[in-house]
Ligand binder design. Structure first.
Ligand SMILES: Cc1ncc(COP(=O)(O)O)c(C=O)c1O
Length: 375
């Protein structure tokens, strides 16, 4: 049997990784400014994370959600404290797409409506309803077209008001900062008006922080730049530094009932231990402070390169835009300079999503490599 061939692969085989460096089978070291697509938050193989996971595995790795699991309570409390969302509840699952499935399902249970408003260039995952509200027809199969949805441009609040006024909208789903789409985001006025409109029409406001959350934007959640309080916040990626996990933070207006949501693997002991280790490390090492410091440094350095036409994003969810497509630059960065970077649907945007532990010397190495491949 062979793997189902759905990924265009770079010809690199990592066998080890430490902090921001990934080493391949030949011993070649790569600077990881991609973090496996924004997943590595506290650095590869962080000693506290490794120790905690090993100890958990020795104790108990898994049991289902039919029994008490104090680790879920510990994770919820720590996440509430660090994010400031102390009055929310946490439902745990296994991936970003699954988090959004549960968010949308909960919204629909809540107001008994079906239509979802999402935004142009959005990405919310590849399953069922999550992919249906993802603005990419190529990854939507006919079976994904059953639930009603409407895509609108970002920052045009009148268009949102018009849709919500029709009375059949269940939820509005919006990324804190668009990831795959290319780092566009709502303005503060737009987020605030969105919140107000959702309250007015009893529509659930879901902020997808799967990529922008967990400190990556320079605040714990990117929506916190806008002084709003979403009804549901979906999280995954950076949450457990590579251990599969996802979750939704649920505001107090939703009441839980048995069986309403559920999962076999979600919130298992190993996943919780990984999630707790990440939060402990974020706090202890002041990683959000580091995000802001390195972000400023990156932006200052990027401004010195004339070929860069625009700098997008926040924190360590950044992109540099050129007036040509960057696929070749990315290849050269990997194969010639041994630096991993990210792309976007927007083909002229080179993205970086490094571990939040990244240092100035790594940014210097990136710009040195970039200048060499550009010239
Ligand atoms: C904003 C956003 N939402 C949802 C997802 C889906 O997450 P997953 O691949 O874990 O299902 C992604 C993944 O890239 C994402 O960037």
């Amino acid at each position: 049997m062979n793997p189902f061939n759905v990924y265009p692969l770079y010809n690199v085989t990592p066998t080890q990784a430490k902090d921001c460096i990934v080493t391949d089978e030949k011993g070649i070291e790569y600077l990881d400014l991609y973090g496996g697509h924004g997943v590595i938050s506290i650095g590869h193989g962080h000693p506290h994370y490794v120790k905690k996971l090993k100890a958990q595995l020795d104790a108990i790795g898994f049991y289902s959600n039919a029994v008490q699991n104090p680790l879920q309570i510990e994770l919820s409390e720590k996440l509430g404290k660090l994010s400031g969302c102390t009055d929310y509840s946490l439902f745990l699952c296994n991936s970003g797409a699954e988090a959004n499935e549960n968010a949308l399902k909960l919204a629909s249970f809540y107001n008994q409506k079906k239509r979802v408003v999402a935004f142009d260039n959005s990405f919310h995952g590849r399953t069922s309803v999550a992919v249906s509200v993802t603005d990419n027809p190529k990854i939507n199969a006919p079976i994904n077209s059953t639930n009603p949805k409407t895509f609108l441009p970002l920052n045009q609040i009148d268009l949102v008001a018009k849709e919500l006024d029709k009375g059949d909208v269940c939820a509005v789903i919006i990324e804190g900062i668009q990831g795959v789409g290319g780092l566009d985001e709502g303005t503060t006025a737009f987020f605030q008006d969105l919140e107000q409109l959702c309250n007015k029409y009893n529509v659930v406001l879901i902020v997808d922080e799967i990529q922008s959350g967990y400190g990556r934007s320079g605040k714990f959640f990117a929506y916190q730049y806008h002084n709003i309080k979403p009804d549901i916040i979906s999280v995954a990626k950076g949450m457990a530094n590579g251990f599969p996990i996802g979750g939704i933070l649920i505001s107090p207006k939703f009441k839980a009932s048995y069986g309403m949501l559920g999962t076999t693997f979600g919130g298992n002991h190993l996943a919780c231990a990984a999630g707790i280790a990440v939060l402990e490390t974020l706090e202890k090492e002041h990683l959000i402070h580091n995000v802001n410091e390195i972000s400023d440094y990156f932006i200052r350095e990027a401004k010195k390169i004339p070929q860069i036409k625009k700098i997008k994003g926040r924190g360590l969810m950044l992109g540099v835009e050129f007036d040509f497509e960057i696929a070749e630059i990315r290849k050269k960065l990997i194969y010639d300079k041994h630096i991993f970077t990210g792309g976007a649907m927007h083909k002229k945007l080179l993205r970086i999503l490094p571990p939040l532990t990244v240092k100035k010397e790594h940014i210097d190495a990136f710009f040195k490599g970039l200048k060499e491949v550009l010239n």
